[in-house]
Design a protein around this ligand. Structure first.
Ligand code: ADP
Length: 508
């Protein structure tokens, strides 16, 4: 039962109890008054009766009294001949007669029971008061039916009952309305306000006009929401600033990577340019040979295609990330990263293998940022194997508990695993490699930002990174949460890059 009705009910029942007890006491007093009146009345009647009979000479007293009794017809009253001179009655009159004898005056008593009655024993004297010969010659008994006493109390109670019930109901209603207005409704508004805060709405101010305990509770609540609102605004400001700094850091890291690659890019671009230059010279020399012209032109066109591809990749990589989140095909990001470093892998005699599970789902995220993570890990692996080795990349779906949240329920994640057969990460460095600006590479070769930025990106995507401990080389794992299944009409769900079957690609 809710607070309002419960308190109203308890209070009303208490008041009803108190009123019932008060009514009981009142009826009791009423009955006591009636009894006192009865006693007085009976005593007066007894005195009047005795005065009308006395003095009564002992001789013939009994006959005279019996005659008087037989002549008395009094309705609710009854006159009895109780005892004549010298007799002691053995019937219920005995105690009253004894009392009247001792007091030398009428003695009466109320007899309760189903049919209550009042009986009074009246001594009748032989001579008027003051006469020395005066003595009791007989006892008359006067009896009165007293059922009117109970009737009177009952009628009084019946008259009072409707008014009392009405008073109790009215009282209950008033208590209920007062409680609802001054306690229950304000409490409900407080609860609504607390619910709103729990849902993140901090814009509510509650009951500021009240000056009682509920008002001060509401005041504290308002102060708390104010404080939370300020803290949230400060946090939002700090977060925006952090996001901006991170954004800049990521972009600088990208540019740094591009800078490091400049030499390689020059090399990449230099080779086709040499080929183009050589073929152009050969064209000039043997312009008359159509077969030679076609062959050289085809080679030049192929080399120009290669140059275009290199330049597009560099431009793609160095441009600022789009801040939008979309659905990312992780396996495609891996393919793109591998093709980006393809030439270098060949030059360093690194054999690479990409294994991906069939029907991999898309993950929500920023494609540029995810590609940056993949490229950082692959580039680090290449750096770790200057004299050749093996690069393994695995993409598969796993069910995991979120890192650091042992109580979270297991959920599907896409796992990207990049491992190499290089020197590995020394134990002393394991704790520090995700720190910004931590690098073991020579100046100009490493910035120490790759893993720090990658870790930040992965965390922003609600995932986490792990450093494995393989027997040889280094192993990094990235976990990205899988999105809810995309709608059928979502163009991303039919992305041409999404692998449909299990496939394993080996690029040597
Ligand atoms: P950078 O590559 O510019 O040094 P990173 O943050 O990418 O910065 O890497 C930090 C450090 O982690 C590297 O300098 C290197 O010591 C270590 N590291 C990262 N990847 C590997 C790897 N595959 N094998 C061995 N050491 C690695």
């Amino acid at each position: 039962m809710k607070l309002g009705p419960r308190v109203a009910l308890v209070t009303t029942l208490t008041v009803a109890g108190v009123l019932a007890a008060a009514t009981g006491a009142m009826l009791h007093l009423r009955r006591a008054d009636l009894e006192a009146d009865l006693r007085r009345q009976m005593r007066d009647m007894a005195d009047t009766l005795a005065a009308s009979i006395e003095p009564l000479p002992p001789e013939g007293a009994r006959e005279a009294l019996e005659k008087r009794v037989s002549l008395t017809k009094t309705g609710a009253f009854r006159l009895e001949m109780v005892a004549s001179q010298g007799q002691r009655p053995t019937n219920p009159w005995a105690p009253l007669v004894e009392e009247a004898t001792l007091a030398d005056a009428p003695a009466g008593r109320l007899f309760e029971g189903e049919a209550p009655f009042y009986a009074i024993a009246i001594p009748i004297h032989s001579d008027p008061p003051g006469e020395p010969r005066r003595h009791v010659v007989a006892f008359l008994g006067l009896v009165r039916d007293c059922s009117y006493l109970n009737d009177d109390v009952f009628v009084t109670a019946r008259r009072l009952a409707p008014w009392l019930s009405l008073a109790v109901l009215g009282f209950g209603l008033v208590i209920y309305l007062v409680l609802m207005g001054s306690v229950v409704k304000p409490l409900r508004r407080l609860v609504d306000g607390i619910d709103a805060v729990a849902k993140g709405d901090l814009s509510r101010a509650l009951l500021p006009q009240r000056e009682d305990e509920i008002g001060s509770l509401a005041g504290r609540f308002n102060a708390m929401t104010n404080y939370l609102r300020q803290a949230r605004e400060e946090e939002a400001g700090a977060k925006a600033a952090r996001v901006e700094v991170e954004e800049r850091l990521r972009h600088s890291e990208k540019l740094a990577t591009v800078g490091q690659m400049a030499a390689e890019i020059a090399h990449e671009v230099g080779t086709p340019l040499n080929v183009i230059g050589g073929r152009a010279k050969s064209l000039a020399k043997r312009a008359g040979d159509p077969a030679e012209v076609r062959k050289n032109a085809e080679i030049i066109a192929a080399q120009v295609d290669r140059l275009t591809k290199i330049i597009r990749q560099v431009l793609d990589f160095s441009r600022k990330s789009r801040p939008t989140m979309t659905q990312v095909d992780l396996a495609r990001a891996v393919d793109e990263a591998i093709s980006f470093v393809d030439e270098r892998l060949k030059r360093q005699r690194i054999r690479s293998e990409v294994q991906r599970q069939a029907d991999l789902p898309l993950v929500p995220g920023n494609p540029d940022e995810i590609q940056q993570v993949v490229l950082n890990l692959v580039t680090n692996a290449i750096h770790a194997m200057p004299d050749g080795g093996r690069l393994n990349v695995v993409v598969q779906q796993v069910i995991r508990r979120k890192e650091g949240l042992a109580l979270s329920s297991p959920a599907p994640y896409l796992m990207l695993e990049v491992s190499d057969t290089g020197a590995g990460v020394p134990h002393g460095d394991r704790e520090r490699i995700f720190e910004a600006f931590f690098t073991t590479k020579d100046v100009g070769e490493g910035t120490g930002l790759g893993l720090a930025v990658s870790n930040g990106i992965v965390k922003d995507h609600d995932g986490w990174m792990e450093l494995g401990d393989p027997p040889q080389g280094a192993l990094f794992r990235v976990f990205l949460p899988v999105s809810a299944p995309a709608d059928d009409d979502d163009p991303l769900s039919t992305s041409p890059g999404l692998p449909k079957k299990s496939e394993s690609a080996t690029i040597d």
